[in-house]
Design a protein around this ligand. Structure first.
Ligand code: 13P
Ligand code: SF4
Length: 301
């Protein structure tokens, strides 16, 4: 039996749903029941009636699934699948920051640990960060964490006074204005679509055609009639774009933009995860209870 057939059979016998992020390896995406961005996958995890959720993504996504659906078994097939951005802030640091700004609303990007989410009033993803911040009562001070580039983008879009945590994604922070200028010169007619985590956002993002979450990029790819599009994000997303629209040439802004955490899970890990029900995500109930309020606001926005 092929590894793929083994995984399909195990998925069936475990009555499991396999959710995969847009940056996952192509072969993992191809086996998934659903592929999407952080917000879409959080909503799917919340809705599923299957008892087991296998999360082919990174830890904060699997934790989010567990917090939103505590009765389910949530598996992260490789425990090394972390996130450099989520590591940029600890719950202790958030508590200190809050004590310096009494009364401020804490808006945490979903790329954070469960402990950090427990300190937050709101969570958001790249696809609804602007709407979430617009929903914070007018006049209330905002502490936004941990991605300063996304935060800067949201601050410009909303005009809200926001304090930004100085953190970034090690993959997107490298996508800078110089690379954009080179791509523009090489492909003058091609639109550029960019993820809001891109480095030096204040210079990059005003120059691009669209700022989008990964699912926003996939929808753009499906609908475009442009012969060529420049894609400023992690390269794993190109698999889905090229399959959905073979008539367009999707060029990465930087072919080296590869998230090592997103590539940890391979087919062998998926098979072992389903066979041995590992590695089970466990969020302490007190932390989950506090984090759920901010996450429920996120999925409702
Ligand atoms: P999306 O929510 O846009 O999929 O982004 C997740 C992520 O980790 C980007 O680096
Ligand atoms: Fe985290 Fe960046 Fe990887 Fe996204 S691309 S999972 S933010 S390290």
């Amino acid at each position: 039996m092929s590894l793929e057939s083994e995984i399909r059979a195990l998925k069936e016998s475990r009555n499991a749903v396999l959710l995969a992020h847009n940056y996952q390896r192509p072969e993992v995406q191809d086996l998934a029941d659903d592929v999407g961005d952080s917000l879409y996958l959080a909503r799917r995890a919340r809705e599923t009636d299957r008892p087991v959720i296998v999360f082919a993504g990174v830890r904060f996504m699997a934790e989010t699934a567990k917090i939103l659906n505590p009765g389910k078994t949530v598996l992260l097939p490789d425990p090394k699948a972390g996130c450099g951005l989520a590591d940029a802030v600890t719950a202790e640091q958030v508590r200190t920051w809050k004590s310096e700004h009494p009364g401020a609303a804490v808006v945490a990007y979903v790329n954070t640990s469960a402990e950090v989410k427990a300190e937050a009033d709101y969570c958001c993803t790249s696809s609804n960060a602007v709407k979430v911040v617009e929903g914070v009562p007018a006049g209330q001070e905002i502490l936004f964490l941990p991605d300063m580039f996304l935060g800067d983008y949201v601050r410009r879009r909303t005009g809200r006074a926001m304090h930004l945590w100085v953190g970034d994604c090690p993959v997107h922070a490298k996508l800078r204005p110089e690379a954009l200028a080179r791509a523009r010169a090489a492909h003058p007619a091609a639109p550029v679509i960019a993820h809001p985590e891109c480095g030096c956002a204040s210079q990059v993002l005003p120059q691009v055609d669209r700022v989008l979450s990964t699912d926003g990029m996939v929808r753009f790819a499906e609908e475009t009639h442009d012969p060529e599009v420049i894609v400023a994000t992690e390269v794993g997303i190109l698999h889905r774009m090229r399959r959905l629209n073979p008539g367009t040439n999707f060029e990465p802004l930087d072919a080296g933009a590869i998230c090592p955490y997103m590539k940890e899970i391979d087919l062998g890990d998926l098979r072992d995860s389903l066979a041995e029900l590992r590695y089970e995500i466990d969020v302490p109930p007190a932390t989950a209870l506090r984090a759920r309020r901010a996450l429920e606001r996120m999925v409702a926005t």
